[in-house]
Design a protein around this ligand. Structure first.
Ligand code: ADP
Ligand code: ZN
Ligand code: ZN
Length: 724
């Protein structure tokens, strides 16, 4: 209560602070003549010449001498989100320096942002009232038939009624013949693990079940070590106690298999998924079910983190190392990191699981912030596949494949098994090169060559989406001898199809898997087929089981060894071990072959030993010496504009006014210097701790926003950046 004016706030002079659903840094004040609604409630407010929906995020006193507009309407009787979840959004806006209104809009289902009323989300069931009212009134034939049906069959939902009888519902309800009842709570059908847990799994489950308050666990277990069994057994005890569990996975493609496993174990009525592949109506239903507590376990991607939960007990972040947990446009939050914050605000435990934990999480485990749980052995009898480096220097390469790798493919297929080839490059070839003058065909709008997609007959830029047909001649020297250089997945598919006629060659990448359901269809085909070759990008590396794959070939590791991105080596190690982990999950042992032009590279020796712990130790030491995350907190100020001088002068002005406590370096050109016609550069902002970084940034950015230079560029701050 405000005391300084000598008055208490009364309802007439209270103003509401409203975050409207728009990308605006500030919140807006409105007057409210009725008793003020609680924070977290939607209101409709006059805005510019129209109206907007926003969220009440705070209160103030009406400043003297100004006239504020009144709000139009209060849309909810109660806050949409619990105080803990509201705090999470406020924290997330402030930590990632993003407008609060947009943060709320990201966190809520779109239909709620557009003003859809809040309901329980459960379809009611209709039952007859006894004794019937007004027995003397005459009913029509449809009404009579409906009453008779409900008397005989008991309460039914609208969907269960014959369509012809549904129009009789409103009048019978209005006149008291029928009443609407809430649907009964769906039943749990809990099954315990079909396996006897191994001692390490048992210890992990015991530790997790014992945790009641906030604590972070890192479940560090090789692929196939039974991490999912640990999550499920822990979840089971919380579900039994009437509580809810939230499962986060990095990609939509990983939801179906986990959803299936959860449904089989806990009953399909209480388990739901939540991701961007669903319709808005579906998402709202799940949101409401989670909020009411009817849905007990949710498997979802990033945005599921913001689902309201009536009785949360546990959050699981599977494949926690996966960069997909970081949003790449708009609000640049990390769902993994905010999940930890949420667990803290809700006072519940959280498990981060991975076969190849991020260096950040490992570091936190080393310094005792996280509890480190380890599963060292595969759950089934199969060992991890041994890894061998295949030197490529001076070898004959066909479609990027060495004779040794091709021979291994032949052997594997002849033995009746399947081959998986990993290549993180879509398209036929990453560039078209002029054989006469040596120039590559660059995207006219980006500083990168275009990828040749032969099946589509198009050159495509993977950075901006620009595409064009095959040019008749070299734009530099008019030569017609343009040749594809390097190999992409399409070329592998092409070549292997010719080389192994009769063997199915299945490609899995974003060009051929464009709709939900397609991936499952291909995966099912793989499971049912005999000898086959699978070719894929990152999409293949994640979480899927391929019991018949006994040979994994990693076509090219060299790009990552020499990348300017300081995270490239960590990613390489994670990808290689994850991909290799797809092999030998069935009854036959597998092996993994890595092609490289620099077989003597020290990281490859570590990879060959297959020991992620040792690799991570090595990489962490490199980061410590180079003063990089997780040993320092890092943010980037990125700017782009059509004119390079504007980018430079903005970043230079920003660097000059940088607050003390931040270490600034740059401006540096971005890894991709030009994209979609924009010149791009960045400042690196560092501090010893994340909290220091956050404090320093806040004030500085507000100032920056008012400078004239800032209006001539597009700029954004990326806190804890993952993608360069
Ligand atoms: P992860 O999540 O670590 O990859 P999963 O939990 O999916 O591992 O387990 C891998 C495979 O091993 C699955 O087929 C699972 O059913 C099986 N499995 C898990 N735990 C056990 C166990 N204790 N005994 C036998 N098989 C197990
Ligand atoms: Zn040329
Ligand atoms: Zn481009």
């Amino acid at each position: 209560m405000a005391e300084d004016t000598g008055r208490f706030i009364t309802q007439t002079d209270c103003t509401l602070e409203v975050a409207v659903f728009a990308p605006l840094r500030q919140t807006f004040s409105y007057r409210c003549k009725t008793p003020p609604p609680p924070t977290g409630t939607r209101v409709r407010v006059p805005f510019g010449r129209g109206h907007r929906i926003g969220i009440v995020v705070g209160y103030g006193l009406e400043p003297a001498g100004t006239t504020l507009k009144d709000i139009d309407a209060i849309l909810d009787d109660e806050p949409l989100l619990t105080p803990a979840l509201q705090s999470l959004l406020h924290f997330g806006a402030s930590y990632y320096q993003h407008p609060l209104g947009e943060v709320w809009a990201t966190a809520l289902p779109a239909l709620l942002c557009r003003g859809r009323p809040l309901t329980s989300g459960e379809a009611p069931r209709y039952a007859c009232n006894e004794p019937s009212p007004d027995a003397a009134t005459r009913l029509g034939p449809r009404q009579t038939a409906l009453l008779q049906l409900l008397r005989e069959a008991g309460p039914l939902g609208r969907q269960e009624l014959p369509a012809a009888l549904r129009p009789a519902l409103p009048s019978l309800l209005a006149r008291g013949w029928l009443r609407a009842e809430d649907a009964p709570a769906p039943v749990l059908d809990l099954q315990s693990s079909p396996h006897a847990l191994h001692p390490e799994q048992r210890d992990a489950v015991t530790a997790l079940r014992a945790a009641r308050d906030f604590s972070v666990f890192l479940l560090d277990g090789v692929t196939g070590s039974g991490k999912t069994e640990v999550y499920l057994e822990t979840a089971r005890s919380h579900l039994e106690a009437g509580q809810q569990v939230l499962f986060l996975v990095p990609e939509i493609g990983l939801t179906p298999q986990l959803l299936e496993r959860c449904r089989a174990r806990f009953g399909s009525a209480v388990v739901a998924s939540y991701h961007s592949g669903q319709s808005e109506a579906q998402r709202l239903r799940v949101w409401q079910g989670a909020r009411s507590g009817r849905i007990r376990l949710i498997v979802g991607t990033r945005s599921a983190l913001f689902l309201p939960l009536a009785r949360p007990a546990l959050i699981v972040v599977d494949e926690e190392h996966d960069p997909s947990f970081k949003q790449q446009s708009g609000w640049l939050y990390s769902a993994r990191d905010l999940a930890i914050r949420r667990a803290q605000l809700e006072s519940i435990p959280i498990v981060l699981g991975s076969a190849t934990p991020s260096l950040e999480s490992l570091h936190n485990a080393h310094i005792g912030k996280y509890r480190h749980l380890r599963l060292r052995q595969r759950a089934t009898a199969m060992n991890l596949p041994p890894m061998t480096i295949l030197p490529m220097r001076r070898r004959l390469l066909q479609a990027g494949l060495s004779v040794d790798l091709l021979q291994a493919c032949t052997q594997t297929l002849e033995a009746g098994h399947q081959v998986l080839l990993f290549l993180n490059r879509r398209g036929y070839a990453p560039a078209l090169l002029c054989h006469d003058c040596g120039s590559a065909l660059f995207c006219p709008r980006c500083s990168a060559p275009m990828t040749w997609h032969r099946q589509a007959g198009r050159l495509r830029c993977h950075h901006c989406g620009h595409e064009e047909g095959h040019p008749r001649q070299c734009p530099q020297c008019a030569s017609v001898d343009l040749r594809p250089v390097g190999a992409g997945t399409e070329q592998l598919e092409d070549y292997l199809g010719q080389r192994f006629p009769g063997v199915p060659v299945l490609r899995i990448d974003r060009d051929c898997i464009t709709q939900t359901g397609q991936l499952e269809a291909v995966l099912a085909q793989v499971h049912h087929s005999g000898p086959a070759i699978l070719i894929g990008t990152q999409m293949l590396a994640k979480g899927h089981h391929f019991p018949r794959v006994t040979l994994v070939g990693i076509v090219n590791v060299d790009q990552s060894l020499f990348s300017a991105d300081f995270r490239a080596t960590e990613r390489l190690a994670q990808t290689v071990l994850q991909v290799a982990g797809r092999a030998g999950r069935g009854s036959v042992p597998g092996r993994a072959l890595l092609q490289s032009h620099v077989p003597e590279h020290p990281l490859l020796a570590l990879l060959q030993a297959g020991d992620y712990t040792a690799i991570a130790q090595h990489l962490l030491e490199e980061r410590r010496v180079a003063r990089l995350p997780p040993f320092r907190a890092l943010a980037l100020l990125r700017a782009e504009a059509h004119r390079l001088d504007r980018v430079q002068s903005f970043l230079a002005a920003a660097a000059e006014r940088a607050p003390s406590g931040l270490e600034i370096s740059g401006p540096f050109p971005s890894l991709l210097e030009r994209r979609a016609g924009f010149h791009r550069a960045e400042l690196w902002l560092e501090a010893a701790r994340r909290s220091e970084l956050q404090r320093a940034l806040k004030h500085w950015l507000t100032q920056l926003g008012t400078r004239p230079e800032s209006r001539r560029v597009r700029w954004v701050v990326d806190v804890d950046p993952l993608n360069f």
